[in-house]
Ligand binder design. Sequence first.
Ligand code: SF4
Length: 551
Amino acid sequence: MSSTPSTTSRAEKPRPRRGEGQWAFGYREPLNKNEENKKNDDGLNVRQRILDIYSKSGFDSIDPADLRGRFRWFGLYTQRAPGIDGGKTAVLEPEELEDRYFMMRIRIDGGQLNAAQLRAIGDISTTYGRDTADVTDRQNVQLHWVRIEDVPDIWEKLESVGLSSTQACGDAPRVIQGCPLSGIAADEVIDATPQIEQVYAEHLGSPLFSNLPRKYKTSISGCASHCTNHEINDVAFVGVAGPDGTTGYDLHVGGGLSTNPMFAHRLGAFVAPEQVSEVWAGVTALFRDYGYRRMRHRARIKFLIKDWGAEKFREVLEKEYLGYALPDGPAPQLDPGLQRDHIGVHRQRDGRNYVGFTPRVGRVSGTMLSRIADIAEEHGSERIRTTADQKLVILDIADDQVSSIVAALEGEDLQVRPSVFRRQTMACTGIEFCKLAIVETKDRGSQLIDELEHRLPDFPEPVTINLNGCPNSCARIQVADIGLKGQLVTDAQGQQVEGYQVHLGGGMGLNAAFGRKVRGLKTTSAELPDYIERVLRRFLEQRAEGEPFAS
Ligand code: SF4
């Protein structure tokens, strides 16, 4: 396998008429500010400056190119200064919006934690993060109110339990998503844990992949219900039964949401478990070399594969990066009756049980995370998992402990048997902390759950309601049944107020589709519960027998 760019031979190729800044065609001069920043100094190098200089000399000593660029390679963003309303988001400079505190994203590859790790995150949150913590829809935990002075101590505590914030953000390979039930689910196609661990061990923090054109999201999973959403990852290995009774992975490339949503392309190639790490490196190197670097909004791998198509992408991968052809393989199977979220009490294949439970829109706290670690241990479990839906799962519960652990979790308002609305409402960070946000999301989502539980207590069907604070799609609005994109809207008095553009009918799985943005479908935040109630009641009145809300 060749992961190193062979720029000599590619540089001799004729440049396309209008280049997109691909390294493989010799475009090595930075074509925009972000590329210049990355060329000047690798994102990974900022760690030493944080340890040696910034943590000792304080916020004002931080080089702006590090502060607003390379800090991301260690999961650090400045958070939004309190009190700046959404109307200012587009008109103020980034430095006018930012606070002197940081958001820190802790990567949890495969969503896999033991009780000591979860307790360590809880302790860090209470000590250094004002007791904030959110479980994200990429299985990370995000803290807020972090001071630069405390970052070395936080890293030391994380590393002492085998965790880190390295490449949790930035133009680099981010957390590897995995099914929380890997290795224990009775119906899984393959346990992807060894492949996740191998990719992590061989490639995390490698300078070969620390300067990609844009962020790069990976999923490796054998989950029967496809809970890691391979359709919207940059590269995804999806468990399949292969030839001769073997199991392996079907390779998908180029999914992503944001302002140009695209579903991943299936390459039709079968990847044996022992090949996953080198195929991952091949796809990633291909993206590094051929990815578009001229314009940041076209830099995700989805734009490359959209232009090339799956066939050419696979051919270049095999010829230039792997040096061998991958066999054709079967498409993944999916039971349409399976929900992806792993909520509730279910049997493991070893006869014990897993218990999936639901904080509100991913919001917990450091205190709560430590309490969850305690609850797990008190009931004989050492293993906790995060899900791709802002939820958590405790594994390995014996039958005689189930009712006790359910009571303990529900006593902390962590519902094991939640309403439809608690179960499937997600919200991004929003205006409370995010500099790009236009509207509030977490509290709004939580209040919406309460309202809908009160107004429609027996709503019978699964329905996903996702809230975003801006046109980006951190909470996956385009693939929700009801997706709410934060923006300013005009209220009945003609005032610009917080509100949402509504997208209807998105989803993944067998009927994957992006929600339709219907002209005129906007609501103010104040009217949101009324609006959603109307949509859901209309569905109940008009639906055919057995028709699900999700199309
Ligand atoms: Fe911030 Fe927008 Fe992402 Fe929400 S969707 S976290 S507001 S960038």
